[in-house]
Design a protein around this ligand. Structure first.
Ligand SMILES: NC(=O)c1ccc[n+]([C@@H]2O[C@H](COP(=O)([O-])OP(=O)(O)OC[C@H]3O[C@@H](n4cnc5c(N)ncnc54)[C@H](OP(=O)(O)O)[C@@H]3O)[C@@H](O)[C@H]2O)c1
Length: 256
């Protein structure tokens, strides 16, 4: 059975992706901070799907955590065929007022951990000539994001890295996919402090099950970028027609 590692597997998009991969008879390594919750989910997936599920509790927002996670996989002799870099956090507010420590943690999680895990696991996949990487970016990746400036910038990085790696790995048997959801009903909005953002009132949120399903299907099909939802696809396509100065105003109004 192929082995898939999912970060941020205790809730939201990562939890549903883990279930979908379990349905497709993938063994799993589930990663998040809450050890007891990880073990509860693992036990349920083992019972339902008859697969092997490993759990590794790790705070990937801390320096060195992703390296330690990759070391732990190597020590257990686990070769990962499918890497889902899903764990990510946001932070809402004016850049001059937002919390610097929380921002550093966001960059560490959204950018550094994702890069490190890909760096450590992709070479083995290429060597074995099979593998899939699914990096969860966002529609935020396509725009500069006043009032969530650092979050949008981290997601632009994820999209750029993923697209570049999809080209570098072409023909190797390994594919790299960026999943770019728009607002999705999970715990993310409350965690990011963006409950007052107009964006949430303006958007019709897609169900998390649909976002995860499109991500998994796109990844298995080896697609480069997946943007779930007609509205989100339209918004991403429209940006080419709108000058950056206007994009900045519109995103600021939407986020305000
Ligand atoms: N929801 C949206 O509207 C939306 C839209 C576009 C993109 N996204 C992206 O989708 C991804 C998943 O978001 P979601 O909406 O599913 O969020 P969520 O419901 O808040 O779930 C986040 C998951 O990440 C884990 N996590 C958080 N901080 C972590 C850390 N420091 N180390 C390890 N695991 C950590 C959480 O588990 P623990 O608490 O157990 O650690 C949880 O399993 C993120 O990359 C997000 O940026 C979300």
């Amino acid at each position: 059975m192929p082995l898939a590692l999912v970060t941020g597997a205790t809730g939201g998009i990562g939890l549903v992706i883990s279930g979908l991969l379990a349905e497709r008879k993938h063994d799993l390594v589930l990663v998040a901070r809450r050890a007891a919750e990880l073990e509860r989910i693992a036990e349920s997936l083992r019972t339902t799907h008859g697969i092997t599920v490993h759990t590794i509790a790790s705070d990937l927002g801390t320096v060195g955590a992703a390296e330690s996670l990759a070391d732990a996989l190597a020590a257990r002799g686990l070769a990962v065929d499918v890497l889902v870099n899903n764990a990510g956090i946001g932070q809402y507010g004016r850049y001059v007022e937002t919390d610097a420590a929380q921002e550093a943690q966001m960059v560490q999680l959204n950018v550094v951990a994702l890069t490190t895990l890909t760096k450590r696991l992709l070479p083995g996949m290429v060597q074995r000539r099979r593998g899939r990487v699914l990096n969860v970016a966002s529609t935020a990746a396509f725009f500069p994001g006043p009032l969530m400036a650092v979050y949008y910038a981290t997601k632009a990085y994820v999209l750029s890295l993923s697209e570049a790696l999809s080209e570098e790995t072409a023909g190797t048997g390994v594919t790299v996919t960026a999943l770019c959801p728009g607002p999705t009903a999970t715990g993310f909005q409350a965690e990011s402090g963006m409950q007052t953002s107009r964006l949430l009132k303006l958007s019709s949120m897609l169900p998390v099950e649909e976002v995860a399903r499109q991500g998994v299907l796109g990844m298995l099909a080896g697609r480069r970028v997946v943007v779930p939802g007609v509205m989100n696809k339209g918004m991403v396509a429209m940006r080419r027609l709108v000058p950056t100065a206007l994009q900045l105003k519109l995103v600021k109004i939407a986020q305000g």
